[in-house]
Design a protein around this ligand. Structure first.
Ligand code: AHM
Ligand code: MG
Length: 336
């Protein structure tokens, strides 16, 4: 597909290859892109339109919600619930599956989303993003249940994110590579700017919240310890470190120039009875799909992310993703 083509044309072209394509998927991605454009506009205007700050509510995970967490969740529902492309929705910001209004037409997809990932960054004007994952809905079920969403990442039909940074970019995979689109604000369209991106297999850059170091498991301590020692230790290269605290921005950097990103399990997380910090279905699986489609890898340290069978829509997992050789190395340390 040629650089500069619109997201809509790109999807139409991609869908043409599938027999029996009805245009529903194209419609769905268009709904998502409309939601992302609206969010981009709000994030961009920020204080001018009074959307920054906290909402004085908590989400299902007991985390303080930002005003924009709540607003962006509503924007997504509004954009997706009435067009006949989805059967149900699930969001990091909602306790239960969102069932469509009775009179809304049903479509054949399920969408899971984190409407504003990294929202703790919003008040300080650092990049945030929206992450989404698309599954097939069970045929003939009017109101799919939570169980209908509990599919391994390998079942995703498509996944992507939109990063609201200096540019707004949509990054998408439908299982045939990972492609990047940049929003032309004058034009109001996402245009293809990087096709079939590839993550270098090797890297000298890691990303981890090192303030948790004393709580990490041994394999992670060993790996990061070696990165810090660089050429003075077990490695034949020195490493650089980055931590944005915004997974979307972090993954975007890795898709652009390589790197390894980790939010591992630690004893502080375990003490809260959680399996990780990040959510399998809204964050880890869609990112794993994008990363694998770009030649990278994503594991929990113990297994490939996308083969996990979820037991809850809000399940949390350890995440290690990025340049293949580094991910393999840390994963190997967990298996020793
Ligand atoms: P959120 O979905 O509540 O915004 O949390 C997810 C974010 C990720 O984007 C980021 O990688 C991580 O939380 C940062 O965590 P920490 O503040 O512990 O560094
Ligand atoms: Mg979030």
């Amino acid at each position: 597909m040629h650089i500069g083509t619109t997201l809509t044309n790109f999807i139409i072209e991609t869908q043409r290859k599938f027999e029996g394509a009805t245009g529903e998927f194209t419609g769905l991605l268009n709904d998502i892109s409309v939601a992302c454009k609206k969010i981009s506009d709000l994030v961009n205007k920020g204080d001018l339109v009074g959307v920054l700050g906290t909402a004085s509510t908590q989400n299902v995970q007991g985390e303080e919600q930002k005003k924009l967490d709540v607003i962006t969740n509503e924007i997504f529902i509004e954009a997706l619930a009435h067009n006949g492309h989805v059967a149900a929705l699930a969001s990091e910001e909602m306790d239960d599956v969102y069932h469509l209004p009775e009179d809304a037409p049903r479509g054949k997809y399920l969408v899971l989303f984190d409407p504003l990932d990294g929202s703790s960054n919003i008040d300080v004007n650092v990049s945030v993003g929206t992450i989404f994952s698309i599954l097939k809905a069970p045929p003939g079920v009017r109101n799919p249940s939570k169980e209908d969403f509990l599919k391994p990442g390998t079942e995703q039909v498509a996944a992507g994110y939109c990063v609201y940074g200096p540019s707004t970019m949509m990054v998408l995979t439908t299982g045939t590579g990972t492609n990047m689109f940049t929003l032309d604000r004058d034009f109001g369209e996402f245009l293809l700017t990087h096709s079939n991106v590839q993550i270098p297999e090797d890297t000298q850059e890691f990303a981890i919240n090192a303030s948790n170091m004393r709580f990490w498991e041994q394999p992670v301590k060993r790996y990061i310890g070696e990165c810090l020692e660089g050429k003075d230790g077990a490695r034949d290269k020195d490493f650089n470190m980055r931590w944005i605290a915004s997974m979307v921005a972090e993954v975007h950097r890795i898709l652009t120039r390589g790197g390894v990103f980790m939010y591992p399990l630690d004893s502080k997380i375990q003490a809260k009875g959680q399996g990780g910090k990040l959510r399998l279905m809204y964050e880890a699986n869609p990112m794993a799909f994008l990363i694998e489609q770009a030649g990278g890898a994503c594991t929990t340290g113990r297994e490939r992310m996308m083969t996990l069978s979820p037991d809850d829509i809000h399940q949390r997992v350890p995440v290690i993703l990025g340049s293949r050789n580094e991910v393999d190395r840390v994963t190997g340390y967990h298996q020793e």
